[in-house]
Each structure stands twice: as C-alpha cells, then as structure tokens.
Design a protein around this ligand. Sequence first.
Ligand code: GAF
Length: 384
Amino acid sequence: MHDPAKLRTMHRDRFAAEPKTFVAPGRVNLIGEHTDYAEGFVMPAAINFATLAAISPRTDGKIVIYSENYGEEKSFDASALPKKGSGHWSDYPLGVVSILAGEGHKIPGFSLTIWGDVPLGSGLSSSAAIEVATALAVLSLVGASYPGPKLARLCQRAENEFVGSSCGIMDQFISANGKENHALLLDCRDLSFKLAPIPDHVALVIANTMVKHSVAGGDYPTRRRESEAACAIIDSHRGNVPFLRDATLEDLDKWGSEMAPKSLMRARHVISENLRTVAASEALLRGDMKELGRLMTEAHHSYSQDFEGSCVEADAMVEFAQGLPGLIGARLTGGGFGGCTVNLVEQKDAEAFRHELGRRYMAKFGISPEIHICHASGGAHQID
Ligand code: GAF
C-alpha cells in the first residue's frame, strides 16, 4: 500500500530536498460507461488505491520527474517544455505541467517523485491519479489552487491535448472530488454532482481479469466515433442534439435505420446507460440495493452486447459472480476491453466471495486474478 513516509524518504535520498506530498486516488465506476464524453451521467467512487507525489523546488531550471513504479528518471528544461507527449509514462505528469504553463502559470524548476499502487492498465484510472496528484503538487509550488471541478478539467485537457487520448472527464473528476464512503453522480454537462452514501454493509470488490486495458488504444476512440456518428444523424433531423445526452430511445426508433448497424448499437448503449445511471443513483440514495444491482446487471449486458466493450474474460468474471452469496450487482468497469469488474457485495460475504470468484476464474482461464476488497475513499489532497 502507498506509504507517504517512504515516499518522502525516497524523494529526500534522490534529490536531497524536503518535499511537500500529495495523494490522488484511482476510481471504480459503479455505472455510466462511455457516457461522459457524450455529456451524460456517470457514478464512480474513488478507491483506496492511489498515486502519491512529492515535490521540491530546484535552482537549475530543470524539471526532473522520477517514477518509482517504472524505476526511471526523466529530465526536461522548464523553459522549453514540449507541446505534445512522446508515448512515454512521463507524458502524464508532463502534460499537466504543460497545460498549467498554457494557463499562464510560470513554471519553475522542480523535482517530482511519483509512486502509486493503482494497478496499471487495469481500468482503475492510474493515469488520472498521476495527473491529479501532479497538478496539486505543481500548483502548490506556484502558490495557486483550483476548485476540484476545474482541476479535473485541466487534467482531462492534459490527457486530451498532450497525451493524445480522447477520454472524457469522469476519471479526473472523481480523483479530484471523491468522498470517503460515497459514490458520486456526476452530470458531465455542467459538472454538477450529488454524493450518495455507500452503506457500511456493502463492499466494493474489484476483480482484475488481468487483461490489459488502454484508453489510448484503438477500440476506445472507435467506439466514441461510432456513437458520435449516430448522434450526428439524429441532430441532422431534429437539431439541438449536439451530444447523445440530448437524444432519446425514440430518436433511434425514428432514425436508427439510417445509421450504420454498429453506430445504432453504440448509441442505444449510451442513451440507455444515461437513464440507468440516473436511476441507479436514485436507488442508491434511497438504499434500494436490489434495484441498484439489477441496473448494474443490465448495464453490463448493454456494455457487452450493444457497445461491444467487454471481452470473454470480463464477461466470464461477471458470470462467475452470479449466484454467489452476498452479491448485489456485478459489471465490467471503466473504459473496457479488459481491466476489472466491480462487484457490490455484502461486507460479511466479501471474503468468501473473493475466494470463490478467484477459484472459478482460475479454473476456467488458468490465470489467478487479483481481487481486492475496497472501500470508497476521499479525493485528492495534500498530505503534509
Ligand atoms: C475511460 C475514460 F478515461 C473515461 O473518460 C470514460 O470514458 C471511461 O473510460 C468509460 O466510461 O476510463
């Protein structure tokens, strides 16, 4: 687990300077997949896996970033920052620095150590955690701060404009704004949000299929384009539909025949997912876990069948959870094509659930999945 004291020692030993330290969590999304860039609704929770960042000023005009996870150090000239990423892990922190510079902040030289325990490439937003932790660290260095929603938007821009991945705002938003023991219903249009308590008796069991997930890879942008093509057809008929958030299932009945079959399927997922996500937040707010579970199951089918965002292993992981004692709901979480499933499970049954789910998965695929019993944690903040 991430240990701030170790991070400080690491930073002191490497850079001979006393750092300030920050933490930003990864996330699990309970429901609302591929709806954020359609200006729709998502309901993630921050989790107790996080990235730590330690920062101290330098006098030589250099930005030196060390990643403990990669065991590598990269150095840049603070007065000549690149405008685009190069496909390296340092793109994520450097992208944030570049966006902050573009916002008018004069960025001095600094040393940054980053170290995290969010499993990489598993759909739990390790990149957003790095971005948000870096943003807090660099902002503290330049004596500035932003409200959580703006911080999230800047980090999303780092990923869109510098890293070159077409993600929405969900991951950065929940990392910056999460609340202990709560899920957060976010309206991705105006960034207003509602917190919904996750009852004490419910555990978040996160099961890693061990199939690597990547937002930068080809499938994510392809799905995004397909769903946006459907939106453009609806908009061409009735106007005022800039995003699928504004479309209805009736629109698909009327004009779906003009869409490429895959576009129609993607749009059906996004439109129905928005309805499910709002309904799921209402269910959670009134403590109706049964209805929440039902909506999660429905969401998984839509994600897998209409959006074709799942994979054999994730479908099996969801299937293996069915009927296990204590299960409330299970679905693939995050950007898709691998990564983790999220299982809401009665706390008292969580350990047995974890064990049996892992056994079933191992028996089928010969791979031992990492399965974590998590809880919703707070958003990013300074540690000392
Ligand atoms: C990834 C992206 F980064 C998010 O913006 C979101 O689109 C998600 O996939 C799918 O819901 O995590």
